[in-house]
Design a protein around this ligand. Structure first.
Ligand code: EPU
Length: 422
């Protein structure tokens, strides 16, 4: 196992480029199962989760290779395989994204139920409800979802759940509807840019989807989808994390290919607490931060609300703000595993239900801390970047699931950070 060793206190400066969006690339890779012919996908980040998805696609009969230029080339060779086994799905929940494509293209699917994870209970009822509405016969058997359908039929589907819509639920229904017979309308569809990216990819394959980016997706089913070339959007959460790294170290960083339109809530929250965030004339976002910022209340909500995937990073930032902040996670009320670790670094944070109350402190102190999930690890790395002395972040395999060479990017911006064996 590896850890990150960070010597805190160095303001970050310079320019950094964001990699392709993990949460776009995962469903897009799953969607290649729908295509007849070859898909060439650019800007796919080199991540553990992406490699897990590639392993799963190979297990489902796909051929996959990366060209020297980084393009991922995928083609479905054997279409008789329909099982996504427990060991892969339990490793990565996004494996569930193969469910819709398998039913739509192969008429059958057997996909392990994902279960919960470190950030809480994560049901898939909306995925199943949507696929059933399209005519799939779905059963639960020994921990697996088994589904079958001769040909899916278009339908009206409402995807509202207790916390709003579902990102991968919308993705599954959308992918299935693309090959269904007739028209589908998905109401209360997730509006996240990653869902829009998937819809644009499906259209590039020949799907007919309208309303992209809105909560009402209208899909006219087609008989076949063909291979295509496509480039994944930049990762807005990685961009936000790098912006927060600049801010927490009182630095001055240009996040060169961040897409401002995807980061509205993050930009406005940062500005509200006194961080200077500007669009750069060369593209991207420039972040400059004062030595102390002010407290604020943050509530995570579905897009365009403040993203839950930026909650841990914002919690780190606010642990150093002047005053009292309240951070509530409405998507995952139990996603606060980073908090006890931050407290070990001197943060003053109290958890109350699905919220934390943060009393900003003057400084954090380096300590050994344990990452429990992907974004928690990002929050702890940020805290380490400004803490006095040395911080060791253990179990950084969580970070490697979703950040491409984060420590290399931070080091190029001047951070004193290195990867070491435990
Ligand atoms: N939900 C239901 N029923 C469902 C599905 C979801 O009640 O059938 C609830 C969830 O429990 C949660 C809310 O709806 O309260 C939203 O969950 P959603 O389904 O949108 O999450 P997801 O699709 O499983 C994606 C991202 C997550 C991100 C969430 C929320 C991918 C591969 N994963 O998960 O990313 O936190 O949306 O934005 O796209 C991460 O990258 O660190 C990560 C966890």
């Amino acid at each position: 196992m590896e850890k990150l060793v960070i010597e805190g206190g160095k303001p970050l400066e310079g320019e950094v480029t964001v990699s392709g969006a993990k949460n776009s690339a995962l469903p897009i890779l799953a969607a290649t199962l729908l295509a007849e012919g070859e898909c060439r996908i650019d800007n796919v980040p080199d991540l553990v989760d992406i490699n897990t998805m590639i392993d799963l696609l190979r297990m489902l009969g796909a051929e996959a290779e990366r060209t020297p230029a980084g393009t991922l080339v995928l083609r479905s060779a054997d279409s008789s395989l329909v099982t996504a086994p427990y060991d892969l799905v339990s490793k990565m929940r996004a494996s569930i994204c193969v469910l819709g494509p398998l039913i739509a293209r192969r008429g059958k699917a057997r996909v392990s139920m994902p279960g919960g994870c470190a950030i809480g209970v994560r049901p898939i009822d909306l995925h199943l409800k949507g696929l059933k509405a399209l005519g799939a016969d779905i059963k639960l058997d020994k921990g697996y979802v088994t589904a079958s359908a001769d040909r899916l039929r278009g339908a009206e589907v409402y995807l509202g759940g207790p916390a709003g819509s579902s990102v991968t639920g919308t993705a599954n229904v959308l992918m299935a509807a693309a090959l269904a017979e007739g028209d589908t309308v998905i109401e209360n569809a997730a509006c996240e840019p990653e869902v829009a990216d998937l819809a644009n990819f499906l259209n590039a394959m020949g799907a007919r989807i309208e309303g992209i980016g809105s909560p009402r997706l209208a899909v006219r089913g087609v008989e076949t989808l063909k291979g295509c070339s496509y480039s994944v959007i930049p990762d807005r959460i990685e961009a936000g994390t790098l912006m927060a790294a600049a801010a927490i170290t009182n630095g001055d960083v240009l996040v060169s290919n961040a897409v401002p339109e995807h980061l509205g809530a993050v930009i406005f929250k940062m500005r509200e607490i006194g961080i200077d965030v500007e669009r750069d004339p060369r593209g991207g976002l420039r972040v400059k931060a004062p030595t102390r910022f002010s407290a604020s209340d943050v509530t995570t909500l579905p897009y365009p609300g403040f993203p839950t995937d930026m909650q841990a990073q914002m919690t780190s930032l606010l642990s150093l703000a002047e005053g009292i902040s309240l951070v509530s996670d409405k998507i995952y009320p139990d996603r606060f595993m980073h908090v006890p670790e931050m407290i070990r670094m001197g943060a003053e944070i109290r958890k109350d239900g699905g919220s934390v109350i943060i009393k900003g402190v003057q400084f954090l102190t380096g300590a050994e801390v344990m990452a429990s999930d992907l974004r928690a690890s990002a929050g702890l790395v940020l805290a380490g970047l400004i803490a006095r002395g040395e911080t060791e972040v253990h179990r950084i395999y969580h970070m490697d699931r979703g950040y491409e060479k984060l420590e290399v990017k931070l080091e190029r911006l001047g951070a004193r950070v290195r990867r070491a064996e435990e």
